[in-house]
Unconditional design. Structure first.
Length: 202
């Protein structure tokens, strides 16, 4: 029997890629959601043969989706953004157990924190982090490791970004070069820049 899979945020970049992957590998998707991109979600439903779609900015669809989460679901993906999705995961864990909850939504993790993780564990569901920073925190840090992680988005002045990096580097003086793993990621969008900087020092 095929697993029942739900994708929250199917019209975004991650959701679109996941749908492409599942389609190519003959994996059926039970339901998809978007916030208000009606045109794209209707296209996805038809192209990928998805059983149900929900446009969550519409009251009827929102109510129907809340009720839909009472059904047995094997895997639910949170590929959207914003802490409001905590409403959906809280509803989900009331009616599901031994399911996989895959989260790429940073705001959910930050806002839900320990309460969210404990609630998922208590419901006997499995939390899988899809975000690179969250995955690293879970899998790369032992009790003796130290992590400093900073993120700055949308800085129009690159010199400010570089000063922040310089200040972070000063905090690494207590570590030798072979004890530090540094990750710096830059993405240019028009005149704005985004970077994520992290290091692990053992």
């Amino acid at each position: 029997m095929s697993p029942k899979i739900v994708i929250i945020g199917s019209t975004g970049k991650l959701g679109s890629k996941l749908l492409d992957y599942t389609y190519k590998n003959n994996i059926k998707i039970t339901a998809i959601t978007c916030f208000k991109n009606k045109k794209k979600i209707l296209f996805q439903k038809k192209k990928f043969g998805v059983s149900k779609k929900f446009i969550l900015s519409e009251l009827k669809d929102y109510t129907d989706f809340i009720n839909f989460l009472k059904n047995r679901i094997d895997i639910i993906y949170f590929l959207d953004f914003g802490s409001f999705s905590l409403t959906y995961v809280n509803q989900f864990i009331k009616f599901n157990t031994k399911s996989i909850i895959a989260i790429a939504n940073k705001e959910m993790i930050i806002a839900g924190g320990k309460i969210l993780i404990n609630s998922i564990n208590k419901s006997k569901n499995k939390l899988v982090s899809l975000d690179s920073e969250h995955y690293s925190l879970k899998n790369s840090i032992n009790k003796k490791a130290k992590l400093i992680s900073t993120a700055i988005g949308g800085l129009s002045n690159p010199s400010i970004s570089r000063r922040v990096i310089s200040q972070v580097h000063k905090s690494l003086k207590e570590y030798s070069s072979n004890e530090i793993f540094v990750q710096v990621m830059w993405t240019g969008t028009t005149r704005k820049e985004f970077f994520f900087f992290s290091f692990f020092g053992v």
